[in-house]
Design a protein around this ligand. Structure first.
Ligand SMILES: C[S@@+](CC[C@H](N)C(=O)[O-])C[C@H]1O[C@@H](n2cnc3c(N)ncnc32)[C@H](O)[C@@H]1O
Length: 289
């Protein structure tokens, strides 16, 4: 990960005491510089650009901006719109309303079925899009994210979702952690049915077609070069299966095991590794394939 090579500051556009405190805590937790809004009380506009007069320091690449309602990541050097995790947005709700295993191959890959509650660890949660779908469709999902910046956005998004939909409290949790360390420490009783792994895709030369969130994520965290080690430990800890998301034409994560099942979509692919025949088969789980 390359968080450390990118200069980021926390900035608050809010005059509310509680939000200023949230911003200060965030800066402390992530060891980032903290700036209050300018005295003339300008609010943060739709974009931070090099010409915006109220940017406290032009040397920062990104700002984590604490507004009255959310935490946003704003880029200082590009015209990207701020990035935040807003699961209540219409785009998420629309995706949810259309979701079925034919349309959302992730559901098939993970094995989501009505009246079946699977425990899932999303080992590479990022902005939580995949985790959201799994959690709202009945899985108990624990998200792990090792970038402190991304984890802050995710935590903010999940907290706001749970405040509006407390029924999801038991379905959706999160932690700022490295998945390899986290999974290594799991006891047998704590192992989930499914571990979901979606490492940063191998770098593509042309960035056209890659969504801006992914471009920013890549700029922040770089390529995930320890995906072989992550798959290795995931295969030891998942009771039923490990699902790896790849871009459609990318090679499988190399290691000494090929996927048991591959589900190919338009732009991405899910490599499914069954762990039932391995150490966890004694749990008597029904065969999945
Ligand atoms: C491609 S993004 C995941 C996108 C996510 N599936 C979504 O739907 O929004 C990959 C993320 O995994 C995180 N990551 C990679 N390896 C990790 C690890 N070992 N532990 C925790 N997070 C990891 C990266 O920091 C990055 O944010």
């Amino acid at each position: 990960m390359i968080d450390n090579l990118i200069s980021i500051a926390v900035y608050t556009a809010s005059s509310r005491e509680d939000r200023i405190l949230t911003a200060k805590h965030l800066a402390q937790k992530l060891h980032l510089p903290f700036f209050l809004s300018m005295p003339n009380n300008l609010s943060v506009g739709p974009f931070l650009t090099k010409t915006a007069g109220y940017i406290p320091n032009q040397d920062f690449h990104y700002f984590l901006v604490v507004t009255d309602h959310r935490i946003e990541l704003q880029a200082n050097h590009t015209r990207f719109k701020p990035i935040s995790v807003d699961f209540l947005d219409s785009a998420y709700q629309k995706r949810l309303s259309l979701a079925n295993p034919h349309h959302e191959l992730i559901l098939k890959a993970v094995g989501v079925k009505p009246n079946l509650t699977l425990s899932v660890i999303d080992a590479t949660a990022g902005l939580g899009e995949d985790a959201f779908l799994l959690a709202t469709l009945g899985c108990q999902v624990h998200c792990l994210e090792r970038s402190g910046i991304i984890a802050a956005l995710l935590e903010d998004g999940i907290s706001r979702l749970l405040a509006m939909q407390p029924n999801l409290n038991t379905q959706f949790s999160w932690e700022h952690a490295d998945a390899i360390d986290y999974l290594t420490q799991l006891t047998e009783a704590q192992c989930p049915h499914v571990i979901y792994v979606d490492p940063m895709f191998p770098h593509r030369r042309k960035s056209a077609g890659i969504r801006k969130e992914m471009q920013v994520l890549r700029a922040l965290v770089g390529d995930d070069q320890d995906d072989v080690a992550l798959l290795f430990i995931a295969l030891q800890k998942a009771k039923q299966r490990v699902v790896v998301k790849r871009s459609r034409l990318a090679p499988a994560i190399s290691g000494n095991r090929a996927p048991d099942w591959v589900i190919v979509g338009k732009s991405s692919r899910f490599d499914v590794y069954s762990t039932l025949s391995h150490s966890h088969s004694k749990h008597g789980m029904a065969a999945l394939f």
